[in-house]
Design a binder for this molecule. Structure first.
Ligand SMILES: C[S@@+](CC[C@H](N)C(=O)[O-])C[C@H]1O[C@@H](n2cnc3c(N)ncnc32)[C@H](O)[C@@H]1O
Length: 256
């Protein structure tokens, strides 16, 4: 990537512009905490918080927030944002670095972080760490792409054009599936059109494990979780069998 970009921390800005809007997610999360009767004044861990665009929304609810981020660009952006917020801190690392014990009412991983765990051992370790990090009665919520749905429906990869700080950015993606390793790779190319007519390209490749819902339920039950519920959309306000392109699942550490 040409580091001469005039946009500060381009990977974070690009992610923020092309990713889903945070309001719908936060509304759902608030509803979820009520549906599991978690109470108010929550202490939460946002695993894979990205550049942190959800952090101000959780802070606004009066929650104590820890963001965890493994990507250096995203982490730097999230730390900068957290410095402007009360009760929010950001730590470096991913699922397999969680060390807290009985610290959180809610641990969540929005928009795919769990799918970055490619090996079953890493997935088992992540579930065990989340379980230990939750208080009794605490809830784990995650969402990952429903790649069985992708394989069945063969959707077109995204293409879009948006503007960041006066520069047009074209996003084009490709999908690759490896049925031997059960992985799915999204290859993203972002082309920035500079005002002087020059173009710079940013490439980002995301490799995900193809995890099915029954496998996820197995992992969660094996890890001690109960009250496992699935949801189809952030607009939904009820648990339902999955039918779409996302696996959204919540599970509870049993109360004492
Ligand atoms: C699509 S982004 C979602 C960011 C944010 N949660 C949001 O909704 O905007 C996926 C995030 O997962 C993070 N990630 C990658 N590997 C991870 C791991 N092993 N554990 C936790 N998060 C990981 C990435 O760095 C990235 O920030």
């Amino acid at each position: 990537m040409d580091k001469q970009s005039e946009v500060a921390n381009l990977p974070s800005q690009v992610y923020s512009v092309f990713s889903p809007k945070s309001g719908t997610v936060v509304g759902f999360i608030q509803w979820l905490t009520r549906s599991y009767r978690l109470g108010k004044n929550l202490c939460i861990l946002d695993v894979g918080c990205g550049p942190g665009k959800m952090l101000p929304e959780y802070a606004r609810l009066g929650w104590q927030v820890v963001g965890l981020e493994v990507d250096a660009d995203f982490y730097a952006q999230a730390v900068q944002l957290a410095e402007t917020l009360e009760r929010v801190e950001v730590q470096p690392g991913g699922f397999n670095d969680i060390k807290q014990r009985a610290a959180f009412d809610l641990v969540m991983a929005i928009n795919g972080p769990f799918a970055y765990l490619l090996e079953p051992e890493a997935q088992v370790d992540a579930v065990e760490r989340v379980y230990r990090a939750l208080k009794p009665g605490g809830v784990f919520f995650l969402d990952i792409p429903n790649l069985l749905w992708f394989l069945k429906n063969d959707p077109e990869p995204p293409q879009a054009k948006k503007s960041i700080a006066g520069q047009m950015i074209q996003h084009e993606a490709q999908y690759e599936y490896d049925v031997h390793t059960a992985t799915f790779t999204q290859i993203n190319e972002y082309t920035v059109e500079r005002p002087n007519g020059k173009e710079i390209k940013l490439c980002k490749t995301d490799e995900h494990a193809i995890i099915t819902y029954p496998e996820l339920v197995y992992l969660l039950e094996r890890g001690g979780f109960t009250k496992i519920r699935s949801y189809n959309s952030y607009r939904s306000r009820r648990a339902a069998p999955l039918k779409g392109k996302r696996i959204m699942v919540a599970a509870q550490k049993p109360p004492k």
